[in-house]
Design a protein around this ligand. Structure first.
Ligand code: F0G
Length: 487
């Protein structure tokens, strides 16, 4: 399926690896502390990887958000920042980049992705409205619900299958979309939301063919389409790899095609171009004007939107670099390598490889841990203890409780290992694969978790948990027996 990997090289031995097409010129020291200290850190952090300090973390695979490596040109651009509250030349350069990369005439700057979600939800959602989408993102759902809307996830049957060959698991189910419009009436559909490289189902893309079908339905009913473009570069890359019509198109042409099919596009620049910030773009002046007044109210003046001018400069350069195949393919190539290796070793992993990171199927990995004892959270904690690699729980801990206080069990229990762009070397990735392999062979030693401190909102960020039995100590003892005094 995926030929044409300009980023991969074949060795004489036949092995194929993703090659780094960059050199490392600034480095940051990392620590790999002994497993006993990692266990101590896990206990202190309530077995929640969000509560670890980076002093105890070896490879930080929590997220790619704000952690991608910047290019030399991005860093250099910050020095020419034209600091001004209004009318900065740095902002003019950013607008130019937005026009070139996204082909959008009108742009509103915001300080990060969820700020765009706040503004879009405030303007377009009224109580009782519904928002059909391929899948939610945590902050998106929260903003829509805060404004009285209800989300409907209308993914295809393939989307939640862990093992799949489907190239576009992020597609929206058109029949379900028609059903929702019929049931609620077009006037109650605030907008249709499409998320590029759908985050919570494993960074899975949608196709342009699917987007065209969504556009057709939207046109029939006069509904607008909102595109979450936080991971759009990767989605465009997968379209080039997997959708025959676009095989010979440039990333820029694909981006323009995608954005041309949406009415509004918003993004988190923390993902798109490694800087804080984000924005809302459109070619529809009427829609733009409906949101414009909220920018100075919630973000900052129209020409900085809550970002520092240095970030504005670096964002402009980072956006333009998104068009470079060797930049945009770096993270997906490393992810694919890791997914393929884990798959060969029998470790249950979401396939096909997507964007953002590697997603381990914790439900299968720890099939002996009941979902009520949070297998994805337990796996995240266990993996940190045995490796110093920090991932993120994307399962029931990231969900909520219902009105009766019972956990709303997640559709899938995932451990996400994010692959920030150009941050890790292949030997670091191989280390992560090895420790995960070892953990899989010793999986029966891992038990469940229970909350002892549980915030009522977004509990996964600050909640604290403890093991349901002394399994972490057993895991450490087995590690020592197998690895001796190795770190
Ligand atoms: N939309 C998507 C698809 C995202 O992945 C994120 C952030 C946001 C919106 C919100 O953007 O963080 O700049 O406010 N995702 C991060 C992650 C947090 O770790 O996946 P933000």
């Amino acid at each position: 399926m995926e030929q044409n990997q300009s980023y991969n090289v074949k060795f004489f031995s036949g092995e194929e690896i993703p090659l780094e097409l960059h050199k490392v010129r600034i480095v940051q020291k990392l620590n790999l502390i002994p497993i006993e200290e990692r266990l101590k850190a896990a206990v202190e952090g309530g077995f929640n990887t969000f509560l670890l300090t980076t002093k105890t973390v070896y490879l930080d695979m929590l997220t790619d958000s704000g952690t991608n490596a910047m290019s030399d040109n991005q860093v250099a651009s910050m020095l020419r920042a034209d600091d001004a509250y209004a009318g900065s030349q740095s902002y003019a350069r950013l607008e130019e980049a937005i026009k070139e990369v996204f082909n959008c005439k009108y742009y509103l700057p915001v300080h990060q992705g969820r700020a765009a979600e706040n503004i879009i939800s405030k303007v377009f959602i009224k109580p009782g409205d519904v928002v059909p989408m391929n899948y939610h993102f945590t902050t998106t759902k929260a903003h829509i619900e805060l404004n009285g809307g209800t989300i409907f996830e209308i993914y295809t049957d393939e989307a939640l299958k862990v093992k799949s060959q489907h190239p576009f698991k992020g597609n929206l189910d058109i029949a379900k979309l028609n059903d929702i419009i019929k049931k609620y009436g077009a006037s109650r559909v605030a907008y249709i939301r499409l998320e590029a490289s759908t985050n919570l189902i494993g960074g899975q893309p949608f196709s342009i063919a699917n987007m065209r079908e969504v556009r057709k339905v939207a046109n029939e009913h006069g509904i607008i389409i909102v595109l979450d473009a936080s991971l759009i570069g990767e989605n465009a890359y997968f379209i080039k790899q997997r959708e025959a019509e676009f095989k010979n198109k440039s990333i820029k042409e694909i981006l323009h095609e995608m954005i041309g099919l949406a009415d509004l596009t918003y993004f988190s620049s923390r993902k798109v171009s490694s800087t804080r910030g984000g924005g809302i773009c459109t070619n529809n002046l009427q829609l733009h004007n409906r949101m414009r007044d909220l920018i100075p109210l919630f973000e900052g003046f129209y020409t900085y939107g809550g970002m520092s001018i240095r970030e504005v400069e670096a964002m402009a350069v980072g956006l333009a670099e998104t068009l470079d195949d060797t930049v945009i393919s770096q993270s997906p190539s490393f992810i694919r390598f890791m997914v393929n290796e884990l798959d060969k070793l029998g470790v249950p992993v979401v396939t096909p490889a997507g964007g953002l990171g590697v997603h381990i199927d914790a439900g299968t990995f720890l099939s002996h841990v009941p979902q009520s004892q949070y297998p994805a959270g337990a796996l995240a904690a266990a993996f940190f203890i045995v490796s110093g690699v920090r991932g993120m729980e994307r399962g029931t801990i990231s969900s909520v409780r219902d009105a009766n206080g019972n956990d709303v069990l997640a559709d899938i229990e995932l451990l996400r290992l994010a692959m920030p762009r150009r941050v890790f070397t292949l030997s670091q990735v191989k280390y992560a694969i090895d420790r995960l392999h070892w953990l899989y062979r010793n999986r029966e030693l891992v038990g469940g978790l229970k909350f002892y401190e549980e915030p009522p909102v977004l509990r996964f960020f600050g909640g604290k948990l403890e093991p349901t039995s002394p399994w972490p100590e057993k895991l450490v003892a087995k590690f020592r027996a197998d690895f001796g005094d190795s770190l």
